[in-house]
Design a binder for this molecule. Structure first.
Ligand code: HEM
Length: 180
């Protein structure tokens, strides 16, 4: 996973749980990188997983809740790392359509070793869309957090139904997103 994800994770922990919490997690996890992250470098996915599990043990917040909350936090950090013209969408629905075809394409140009998920709008309705998510990382909850925060940035209240999930054996996830 790109360092940008790790630096945002560290920032969230220091802001919401305190500096000592970050130090405690680093001691617990004994990470190959030593916990020093640079945005443009790539680090083992295992590092972020062990940090999330350690944070869950430390805070008694279940792992899935932490992953979704981190998705919400991560959105602003990622969105601000692109030139504003790249994030200039008229509404949530056009942003969601552009994640795969514009935003993550740009990410892959910036960081040729990035590995972004497939996120495709497979159905458009008057009041929402169905999104297809596929990634060996099975981080659909991170996607859900990111989408909620994107919706907030457009002042668009939404509900998300996770109608099929890779973590339950499916080959992809389906997210039915509706204006509420
Ligand atoms: C609602 C909007 C977005 C969704 C749903 C989304 C979804 C995701 C997900 C779920 C991942 C985790 C990796 C995986 O699942 O395999 C990811 C990775 C990533 N995304 Fe997005 N994303 C969104 C917007 C953005 C934006 C605005 C940026 C701007 C730079 C961005 C940059 C990245 C980067 C750098 C990674 C890490 C790739 C890697 O570690 O190799 N994403 N995205």
């Amino acid at each position: 996973m790109k360092g940008a994800v790790f630096t945002n994770f560290q920032e969230m922990i220091e802001e919401q749980f305190g500096m000592e919490c970050w130090e405690t997690l680093l001691e617990k996890c004994n990470l190959p990188s030593g916990g020093i992250y640079t945005s443009s470098e790539t680090y083992d996915d295992e590092e972020i997983l062990s940090l999330v599990v350690a944070l869950s043990e430390h805070s008694s917040i279940p792992v899935p809740d932490l992953v979704e909350a981190f998705g919400r936090y991560l959105y602003d950090g990622l969105a601000h790392s692109l030139p504003p013209s790249m994030m200039d969408f008229p509404d949530l629905w056009s942003l969601l359509e552009a994640v795969d075809s514009v935003i993550h394409v740009e990410v892959n140009k910036l960081y040729p070793d990035a590995s972004t998920p497939s996120i495709l709008v497979t159905e458009k309705r008057d009041n929402g869309v169905t999104l297809y998510y596929q990634s060996p990382r099975k981080l659909c909850l991170l996607a859900i957090g990111l989408i909620h925060k994107a919706a907030e940035s457009f002042d668009t209240p939404i509900t998300i139904k996770h109608t099929c999930c890779m973590n339950e054996g499916a080959d992809h996830c389906s997210l039915v997103i509706e204006r509420s």
